[in-house]
Design a protein. Structure first.
Length: 340
């Protein structure tokens, strides 16, 4: 190759590098401007956005925004963490990755009370996507070695917790249209001692949830009533639970009745019900006569799986008038939910 061609190739490479550098800094400026615009919009809406320090790096292949001491608050809740890192590809600022770790705090306002939840995790990371209008369109996240402790209350541990969400595109909005779809999977959930009725660990819990309808921007009780009156409901599909001897699969729907108490209907496939009923009765969760009647009824309809294993009973489970029904049998009376 001649010297002239070598110099031409070097000039092209230098030009490409220069364009890439200029493009990266332009994208970094765009990311900074979008974050500033988002912060201003949140403040205008009455929300709070604060942090101790913010730096932008990641050159040359990504844009990394490192935030120290981030906090975000609305009238309903306030979240704060030790650190948060956001990572963008320079050519796509509508999708970003995020990572956080360590201790976090969530203050939830219900009526005149504030419930504080403390979270610690080895690591949490995931991605989030936004549409052309800047609205959240989807996300996925995974938490590893997560601890969730309610202040002056119970604590729970998760070996892993995976959550994915999608905001459906509803070109013609309806009051009861699906506003959010979630899938979740949690493994090895450690329970507080007073709740470890069937076993100290829930081996696995998973499923998909569809939230139908939107809560209006009102105080909680009027918002729940308006959501209910507009046909709001929560649908569960592909639900699965393995806890001690109990194994449950199925789907169902939860709504609110006139007193803003749960109203639920589901179709479940249950195995391990004999030992489960005995443990629930021994713990005083249900009456011994209800446990015996439930075991007898489920035993009549249970079938042995083709592949072997304990009998499986397919049965409707519902909640009405603050009572839990397994088929036609009232298993337990539920405490009313106090929304204030």
């Amino acid at each position: 190759m001649s010297l002239r061609r070598i110099l031409q190739a070097a000039a092209v490479i230098a030009l490409l590098i220069g364009l890439w550098v200029a493009g990266w800094f332009y994208a970094a400026d765009q990311a900074r401007e979008r974050m500033a615009a988002w912060t201003a919009a949140q403040l205008a809406a009455g929300n709070a956005v604060t942090y101790d320090a913010l730096t932008i790096g990641g050159f040359p292949f990504r844009i990394a925004v490192a935030i120290e001491g981030p906090a975000y608050g609305t009238p309903a809740y306030r979240w704060q963490a030790t650190s948060l890192t956001l990572a963008f590809q320079p050519w796509n600022l509508r999708r970003f990755g995020f990572r956080t770790a360590g201790a976090q705090r969530l203050d939830i306002t219900t009526g005149n009370e504030i419930e504080t939840v403390h979270l610690t995790m080895d690591q949490a990371d995931g991605t989030a996507s936004f549409d052309s209008a800047g609205n959240l369109s989807g996300f996925e996240s995974e938490f590893r070695t997560l601890s969730v402790a309610i202040e002056q209350g119970p604590a729970y541990g998760f070996n892993t917790l995976r959550i994915e969400g999608r905001v459906p595109d509803n070109p013609i909005p309806k009051p009861d249209a699906t506003s959010l779809e979630l899938t979740f999977a949690a493994d090895q959930i450690a329970l507080p001692a007073d709740q470890a009725i069937l076993a100290p660990l829930i081996e696995r819990a998973a499923g998909a949830i569809a939230f139908n309808g939107r809560l209006p921007a009102q105080p909680l009780i009027p918002a729940l009533a308006a959501w209910r009156d507009a046909g709001g409901a929560i649908d569960f599909t592909r639900l699965s639970l393995r806890w001690g001897a109990l194994s449950v699969e199925g789907d169902g729907t939860v709504a609110l009745d006139n007193a803003l108490q749960p109203l639920a209907a589901s179709s479940l496939r249950i195995s391990g019900f004999d030992e489960t009923m005995d443990r629930l009765a021994a713990a005083g969760v249900i009456r011994p006569d209800a446990a015996g009647a439930t075991k007898f009824a489920l035993g009549l309809i249970a079938k042995k799986p083709d592949g072997g294993g304990p009998p499986v009973a397919s049965v409707p489970v519902s909640i009405q008038s603050q009572q839990l029904f397994v088929g036609p049998i009232v298993v337990s009376r539920l405490r009313p939910i106090r929304w204030e």
